[in-house]
Design a protein around this ligand. Sequence first.
Ligand SMILES: [Fe+2]
Length: 301
Amino acid sequence: MSILGLERVVYGVEDLALGRRFFEEWGLAVDGDRFKVADGTEVVLRAMDDLDLPPPVEPGSTVREIVWGVESRAALDRLAERVGRETRVSRGGDGSVRFFDPAGFGVALVEARRLPLPPVEIAVNTPERRARIDAAGAFYKRARPRRIGHIVLQVPDIPAMERFYRDALGFWLSDRYPERGVFLRGRAAADHHQLFLLKSADGRPHFHHLAFEVHDLHEVFGGGLAFAERGWETHIGPGRHVISSCYFWYFRSPCGGSVEYFADMDSLTEAWQPREMPQSPEWFAEWALASGVRQYGGVQR
Ligand SMILES: [Fe+2]
């Protein structure tokens, strides 16, 4: 199967002006009601009472449609047929497929249109190998997210959601918190997780967070510092996850849930053996700060 990753995430929000300022300062390029990531994938903001949006799973500002990019039109047609055996689907003129997952989230599949990112050499000096010579290291005055990495949903029935995403949509299992959560990726060779399903504490579905990949860990810190300086509230971070190994910094979003900068996530293939581990602080993070760090003053912003 052939889901490459998140192509678009559509929010329905209470305060459009605030949401626009949030995602612009987050580092996305504004194009009308669309907010572009460097690879051409995007966040879209709409008014929460927009009748064209799928109904919300929860009150207030939240994600209304999760759009996955599929590698080809032929693959899209195959997926439409498979999903159609599980639930009702509607097709758009461009081949797009729309349906609701078992938790009630509006989901769409479209042909992926993402742009290739030019390769960038990250020069890191190690004791064994000096790769950066006569050049200062990278300092980021703000983040410029390159890709939308993953989305996290809290759901009441994990087995039903896992079955749907694996059987109908071809997602692969990466790791599992038994009874508590599953880390999934759209195809064998992909980021450690592109969809993380977490057991909902209150028995209802919720959008939890959307994660944006930045270039390297310096951009997590530099971008996070700049975003915090603009007054946006840290949810947790910076820190480093144990599962998937990435560096992270989460901020609360006025559009619902949180957003995350991350860098240096594990990249898997079909050779990866899924693990089971308890859902505990030790597995959540090697280390994390509860409420951000402050700029010390070394970099002019
Ligand atoms: Fe995340």
